[in-house]
Write a protein that binds this ligand. Structure first.
Ligand SMILES: [Ca+2]
Ligand SMILES: [Ca+2]
Ligand SMILES: [Ca+2]
Length: 263
């Protein structure tokens, strides 16, 4: 039998830093650390410069760090060489990271990052005419900072910092649409910060911590070990991220339950 459950005293949730280095949980990774986090879909279309319809958003594979340029050691591509037959073999990349905001109030989440891509529209026809852009959860494109289809900038260097909000509860997907010219192509992203208010007990992502979440929590509590196959993916009820759902997590859950509404 498990230990008896004792209700605790409510405490206010606080803003937490969500980054690869944070004890709160590795929720968004820079491209320096792609394995298991960054994936890429490619569509090689010779002669298809700038043709958005050519972008493939299926058949994602693990992205890897590129090795052709030491100054871009934190960049990624589909292969270490990032090349597809040389200049003129236009290559359309979609770089994707899917991340989970379970346990946080998505409405308060803010991700600050900067990014770079090879190639870009630039001023040289051999660099392609597509302006690299990103899309959160399939929404509108945001172009590389300072660039528009009528005003292109080189994208080889890291951009100014971009602050992104508008995240959805639970699972989110951030896609970067990049055209390469077929030779030494790739993409880089650095994270400055990722913060959100904690909503640790909201296990069904409806903005409340109530009996519906309690049912989810107790099922996980009875399972105990996050490594158990019956535990939900990501073990969201492990609120202190120590690999087990036990009394330590229950204390956190009860505090959130007493607050009811996510901060
Ligand atoms: Ca290139
Ligand atoms: Ca809930
Ligand atoms: Ca735990």
């Amino acid at each position: 039998m498990r230990n008896a459950i004792v209700f605790g005293v409510a405490v206010c949730a606080s803003t937490q830093v969500l980054s690869a280095e944070s004890a709160a949980g590795p929720l968004f990774y820079p491209t320096a650390n792609p394995v298991g986090h960054w994936f890429v879909s490619t569509n090689v279309a010779p002669g298809g410069d700038g043709n958005f319809a050519s972008f493939s958003t299926s058949n994602f594979t693990q992205a890897v760090n590129i090795t052709y340029d030491g100054s871009r050691a934190d960049w990624i591509a589909d292969t270490p060489g990032g090349s597809h037959g040389g200049v003129g073999n236009w290559t359309f990349f979609v770089f994707r990271q899917t991340f989970d905001l379970t346990g946080f109030n998505a409405a308060t989440a803010t991700l600050t990052f900067r990014w770079a891509a090879d190639d870009s529209g630039e001023i040289f026809a051999s660099r392609g005419s597509w302006i690299p852009a990103f899309s959160l959860n399939g929404g509108a494109f945001t172009y590389y900072p300072g660039s528009t289809p009528d005003h292109r900038l080189p994208t080889y260097s890291y951009s100014s910092w971009v602050t992104l909000s508008g995240f959805a509860p639970g699972i989110n997907t951030l896609d970067f649409y990049v055209e390469g010219n077929g030779q030494t192509d790739g993409f880089g992203l650095q994270v400055q910060s990722f913060t959100a208010d904690s909503c640790a007990g909201d296990l069904n992502n409806d903005g409340l911590v109530d009996d519906s979440d309690f049912v989810v929590f107790i099922a996980a509590y009875n399972t105990l070990d996050c490594a158990e196959g019956s535990m939900p993916a990501g073990c969201p009820s492990d609120l202190n991220r120590d690999g087990f759902v036990d009394d330590s997590d229950f204390v956190v859950f009860v505090a959130a339950y007493n607050e009811l509404i996510c901060p």
